[in-house]
Design a protein around this ligand. Structure first.
Ligand SMILES: Nc1ncnc2c1ncn2[C@@H]1O[C@@H]2COP(=O)(O)O[C@H]2[C@H]1O
Length: 657
């Protein structure tokens, strides 16, 4: 059987065996270079691993890679590890010992196996005809940025000067000072390939080094290098040259060696705008998971800057050695805002979910026009958009009045499962009003909550004899069935969860805080003058804030207030008439015809009445700045118990007998 070789029980072509042998040899060589380096880098050679699942486990904070004297990788790449090994092996074989014991400036410290930057540059030039000093300097910087060589006291990037550098393996004492003839032969064999790798990486390494310097440390040459590079960057091609010049002094480089590290988290304040240089990042939204992956040439983080809103998503590094460019908020506003903030385009699972375009509003104000949007995103956008002047385009009115919003899992990608796994913190009370605080997924069943609460509260009752119930502020009780989920999110306003033995259920009484706020609110309404209050109420109408207007009218139309006839009588008839007109707009008959009439008679922008909008969605989406909204609602102290409201009202105007 010509050309075939027996391998175990298999017959394989001889060619494959040869390939396999070459491959094994190559692997062993690579292993040697990496072993030499990894011993000094924690001892483990890390393989290129895929990203960890993004919804689990702890995410590391991004390391600070802004210091240009430090490596930007956790482990050197195969190519640079090999180049380091080859150059060191050949340097050790030099007649005139380049690597030898040296004294640092001032003779303070003696360093073994060190060489000055200028000696290393001269030596490299001697290996390759046509190489100039600047090019050779960048090649050594390529080794320095991967932690293969170091400035002996860690103060400098690579310099063609009389400053000392060492190979890491010498600094950490993990490589011998001798070389075998076999090593030298191997190094010579790979030299040309290594020089080509270094020449290839040098200029980028130099650029990265310059981009890591603080603005103040950048020289005119540095700025020129950055500017030249910005001229060629596709994602910046729409910027004018003068903008690129300005950017050159402020744009910063950020390296993320590890997948899973967090660039920033959803809800944080926006401080920078980013551009992906290489690698990729995931856009992760609470309750939805990864909604998009951004690659080289794509940008992120401008929404929070132009909106003055919290970050709409977390950005998690997806690949090893992802490199980003960053522009701080002030610089973004100064240089880029006018151009970059022209369009905001958000994608989820490859589909555009929101495209906003800036346009000129009246009186040279700026407004954003929604060019395309999914219904779900529109609601999110409306819920938390504070775009510049807060203005929304007229097309939106039509949308609000006509669009049927649906919670279609397939088209909108609502990840109900992810929502259900979200952890929430809530209290469970006992009959004596002691309570425990639990942190469970939304999907936890009433039975699971019951068991956890009983355990924490020390209730010595079998779970089957316990009941979990909501006690509303009016004393009404609703028992949960054991299989029910989303218990804490289904409570009524001021409702509380109680756990009690079946035969003690009737003894449950409402907690004082359920009836009325037990603590003062930050803003004491009584400190505000009636005039001031009236001013703020009127402003809702003036600014077309129908939502705010309705909230006020609904509040005033509550029985506890509407019955205060003595007070109402004090109103001038003009105001009374105006109020009656407003009251008419909340009339829900004929599918909110009165409301629709008001909306159509108003010029844009306007804030629609949200409950009406949300009523058509079976399961309202979670707003983007969810944590903020939740914190707000948690601190919102209201009285929803009609009995309490009526008794307060009667204190003001006792019932006439
Ligand atoms: N579908 C998306 N939803 C929200 N943010 C997204 C989406 N896709 C990309 N992003 C980017 O993620 C960034 C998170 O921070 P910002 O809110 O500042 O700006 C956001 C957008 O630039």
């Amino acid at each position: 059987m010509e050309g075939m070789v027996r391998h175990g029980s298999q017959i394989v072509p001889a060619q494959s065996v040869m390939l396999l042998t070459v491959y094994c040899l190559a692997l062993s060589l690579v292993y040697k270079w990496r072993r030499c380096l990894s011993a000094g880098l924690g001892g483990v050679v890390k393989s290129q691993s895929p990203s960890p699942p993004l919804t689990q486990g702890k995410r590391g904070l991004s390391p600070d890679t802004s210091d240009p004297t430090k490596p930007i990788t956790e482990m050197p790449s195969m190519e640079m590890a090999r180049a380091g090994w080859v150059l060191r092996t050949l340097l050790l074989n030099e007649q005139e010992q380049v690597l030898r014991e040296r004294k640092t400036a001032g003779g303070r410290m003696s360093v073994p196996m060190a060489a000055s930057g200028s000696e290393l540059v001269s030596w490299l030039i001697s290996l390759e005809a046509g190489l100039d000093r600047q090019r050779a300097t960048t090649m050594w910087q390529a080794l320095l940025e991967e932690g293969i060589i170091f400035h002996v006291t860690g103060e400098h990037e690579f310099r063609d000067k009389c400053v000392l550098y060492q190979f890491r393996s010498d600094r950490d004492g993990i490589a011998g000072g001798c070389t075998t003839p076999q090593d030298i032969a191997e190094a010579e064999e790979h030299l040309q390939e290594c020089l080509a790798d270094l020449a290839d990486r040098g200029p980028d390494a130099w650029l990265r080094m310059v981009l890591r310097k603080s603005s103040n440390d950048r020289t005119a040459d540095d700025l020129e290098i950055i500017y030249e590079e910005l001229l060629h960057m596709k994602p910046l091609s729409h910027l004018s040259n003068s903008m690129k010049r300005e950017l050159a002094s402020v744009i910063m480089f950020e390296a993320h060696p590890r997948p899973g590290s967090v660039v920033f988290e959803q809800g944080e304040e926006g401080r920078s705008w980013y551009l992906v240089l290489c690698g990729s990042v995931d856009v992760v939204i609470h309750g939805k998971g990864v909604v998009a992956t951004l690659h080289a040439g794509e940008d992120f983080g401008k929404l929070a800057l132009i909106n003055e809103a919290p970050r709409a998503a977390s950005i998690i590094v997806r690949e090893d050695n992802t490199h980003l460019l960053r522009v701080g908020k002030d610089d973004f506003n100064r240089i880029l805002r006018d151009v970059e903030a022209n369009t905001v385009r958000l994608k989820e699972h490859g589909k555009d979910v929101l495209i906003l375009e800036k346009s000129q509003g009246p009186h040279s104000s700026v407004k954003y026009v929604v060019m395309a949007c999914t219904p779900a995103r529109m609601v999110e956008h409306l819920l938390d958009s504070r775009l510049d002047s807060g203005s929304i385009d007229p097309a939106l009115d039509d949308f609000l009045l006509t669009h049927e919003l649906s919670n279609d899992a397939s088209s909108e990608g609502w990840e109900e499962a992810a929502l259900m796994h979200r952890l929430i913190i809530f209290r469970v009370y006992c009959a004596d009003h002691t309570y425990c605080t639990l942190r469970l997924p939304v999907s936890a069943t009433a039975e699971q909550i019951k068991v956890c609460a009983a355990d924490k509260l020390g209730l010595r009752v079998r779970p089957e004899d316990l009941i979990l119930a909501e006690l509303k502020s009016n004393g009404e009780r609703v028992n949960f069935r054991d299989v029910e989920v989303s218990v804490p999110t289904s409570l009524s306003l001021n409702g509380r969860i109680f756990v009690a033995p079946k035969d003690h259920l009737d003894a449950l009484t409402v907690i004082a805080e359920q009836e009325a706020p037990t603590e003062g609110v930050e803003l004491d309404l009584e400190d505000v003058s009636a005039k001031e209050m009236a001013y703020h109420m009127t402003i809702c109408k003036q600014y077309h804030n129908i939502n705010g207007m309705f909230a006020l009218v609904l509040g005033l139309s509550n029985m506890a207030v509407s019955r205060l006839s003595l007070t109402w009588d004090k109103l001038p008839s003009k105001s009374r008439k105006l109020y009656m007109q407003l009251e008419a707009t909340i009339d829900p008959s004929k599918n909110h015809r009165a409301y629709r009439g008001v909306v159509s008679s108003m010029d844009s922008p306007l804030v629609p009445f949200m409950p009406l909008l949300l009523k058509v969605i079976e399961d309202p989406p979670t707003p983007k700045n969810e944590s903020e909204v939740r914190a707000y609602v948690r601190c919102l102290r209201t009285i929803d118990n009609q009995r309490t409201l009526t008794s307060l009202s009667q204190k003001l105007e006792p019932r006439r007998s």
